[in-house]
Design a protein around this ligand. Structure first.
Ligand SMILES: [Zn+2]
Length: 381
């Protein structure tokens, strides 16, 4: 039932996958019109939403290779609209626009699918606009909402959606996926899974891109080296530079892969001239990739915060002597040194400072300002 290639990415989420794959299998009998996918960050909410939408549109229930699947993956499928935001709140106008596009019906496939990635960022007015549609959904329109948990949604919306819950996959489950699917050597697979804290996409990058691993290490080493104010300034600049490099590298890999797949699905290679009739699809891909670029830096900064949190949690667990396995095992000596030269309350204050920085970035405070303040509060002691 869950053999279609589209589900392979969803490590450790057999139950959730089985639930949506069954809906795909029975799609000819009608599909429930609104779904809520819940799970902690990194568990793959958006990935599952997109895989579900892709599988519903694909003639083979999610082959991952056909024209429909390729467009879906590239974010240019005319019948799959994704609302993702890097703002604190989703504007009412954005929801209205989605509702309007739902009313037009589908262009290519049977369904019109609308995904709202951070549905918990809809406030009352936006939620109510959406609610009206969920109460009287147009035929063959499917809404897929994603949120950290059910309680993040208004009860009126909760009562109208079918819930799919994701769990955090274990380090072992992620490592197994890297070994079996990507052919990663077991020791590296385990380390990457631990360092990525079970974030599947990140774990694969760390395991397969030596550059990405080097950038992660540099991020942590810069933090470890902060003793005084001048070190803090160096670290802050370093992080911003690393985040930019990481965002560029990730976007480049992804953009090229998507373009190649799209050309392939049209029966072309990169060397061929694109016939005029197909140029609009390539243009749409190009536009989607440009729109995504601004979000990439934000994502790269967030990964830095996640890595720094793991670093100071390691320090804290050494200070508390819990005997827990370190996430950053390869920096064990440096971490032991940090633990000896500070106290657990000081480490907790550093963890708070990182969470605060994360929050400020999500509220659109200037990157350099946030990183400067963070680096200053990570000084030794
Ligand atoms: Zn397909």
């Amino acid at each position: 039932m869950t053999e279609a290639p589209i589900w392979h990415e969803m490590a450790g989420q057999e139950e959730a996958v089985a639930q949506v794959a069954l809906a795909v299998k029975k799609r000819d009998e009608g599909v429930f019109h609104s779904w809520l996918i819940t799970g902690p960050p990194g568990s793959g909410r958006s990935n599952l939403a997109l895989a579900f939408a892709t599988a519903l549109q694909c003639p083979d229930q999610g082959c991952g290779k056909c024209h429909s699947c390729t467009l879906a993956k590239a974010g240019t499928h005319p019948d799959i609209a994704v609302l993702s935001t890097d703002k604190v709140q989703i504007a009412v106008a954005e929801i209205r626009e989605l509702v309007k596009s739902a009313a037009f019906g589908s262009a290519m496939g049977k369904f019109k699918i609308l995904i709202i990635e951070d549905a918990d960022r809809m406030h009352a007015t936006a939620s109510n606009v959406l609610l009206k549609t969920l109460e009287e959904p147009p035929a063959n329109t499917i809404w897929i909402l994603c949120a950290p948990s059910e309680v993040d949604m208004l009860p009126t919306i909760r009562s109208r959606v079918r819930r799919v819950g994701l769990k955090v996959p274990s380090v072992d489950e992620v490592a197994r996926l890297l070994i079996e699917r990507d052919g990663v050597e077991p020791k590296l697979a385990r380390q990457a899974a631990a360092e990525a804290q079970s974030h599947v996409g990140m774990a694969r990058r760390l395991a397969t891109s030596p550059e990405a691993r080097a950038r992660r290490r540099e991020t942590l080493v810069a933090a470890i080296k902060i003793v005084d104010v001048s070190d803090a300034i160096i670290a802050s600049e370093k992080w911003l530079d690393l985040a930019r490099k990481d965002a560029t590298a990730l976007a480049k890999e992804r953009d090229e892969e998507e373009k190649e797949q799209l050309l392939h699905s049209m029966g072309l290679t990169a060397a061929d001239t694109v016939p005029p009739a197909l140029r609009s699809e390539l243009k749409a891909l190009d536009d989607a990739q440009k729109r995504r670029a601004s979000r990439s830096l934000r994502d790269a900064l967030d990964r830095i915060f996640v890595d720094l949190l793991a670093l100071y949690r390691d320090v804290l667990s050494l200070q508390l002597g819990g005997g827990v396995e370190l996430v950053n095992e390869d920096l064990a000596n440096e971490l032991i040194d940090l633990a000896k030269n500070s106290t657990s309350p000081a480490t907790i204050a550093k963890l708070d400072a990182i969470e605060e920085a994360r929050l400020r970035i999500s509220r659109n405070v200037k990157d350099a300002t946030v990183l400067d303040a963070l680096a200053a509060s990570l000084r030794r002691g």
